[in-house]
Design a protein around this ligand. Sequence first.
Ligand code: PGA
Length: 248
Amino acid sequence: MKTIMAANWKMNKTRSQGEALASEVAAGLEKRPEGRDVLIFPPATALNIVSQSSMGRFETGVQNFYPEENGAYTGEISASMVHECGATWVLVGHSERRHIFNEPDELIARKVNFAVEHGFKTMLCVGETLEEREAGDLRKVLTRQLTSALSGQSPEAASSVLAVAYEPVWAIGTGKTATPADIAEAHGLIRDVLRALFGSACEELPILYGGSVKPSNTAEILGVDNVNGVLVGGASLEAKSFLDIVFA
Ligand code: PGA
């Protein structure tokens, strides 16, 4: 399985800023990183131009969409719309969607089902809050988030189009990275839940780590068991730091 080096720009970069950053990243990928796939989730307004700037060196995905074909859903974006803008991936269940926008497990499951049915590669984010961790609920929370979102999926989907990103909420944008032991524990738990859901197909499903990933900690994180990539927020907003991560 290839290692996935993914950037989540969140609500950053205008269209022109996105074009500049994407072009710089594409130029930096002239010599391709061995065994690694690069992926960028820009804001939807920059998706088209970022996809066009990729020179085929990275894929793009949308950070959010609504799981209906089209219709009266003011303010929402459909999967066909992002597909025409070049997106091959979708991000679902990011903790900012869960916590700031109150997205429930049920909606996240609908999004995963819709995205897979519509041929997208789908990255599901899971992760516990500090309170949940301190209450000893890590396993319970991860099991609930994974089972509710993925129980409609087949082993074939698990081994071809699904990815999971473990992002402990307390490590996102805080500068606090989980320790290698924390990451190993969570990724091991996630692999166990995936095995229960999909059997041996789960071995082909990449599990990424996200939360204050930076050039200086990437190699160590990628060396942890069951870590198959990283999802990078803040440190992906400049070409140099993101490229340093990609080649770490
Ligand atoms: P961060 O964000 O790298 O800024 O912590 C990661 C994410 O939320 O995907």
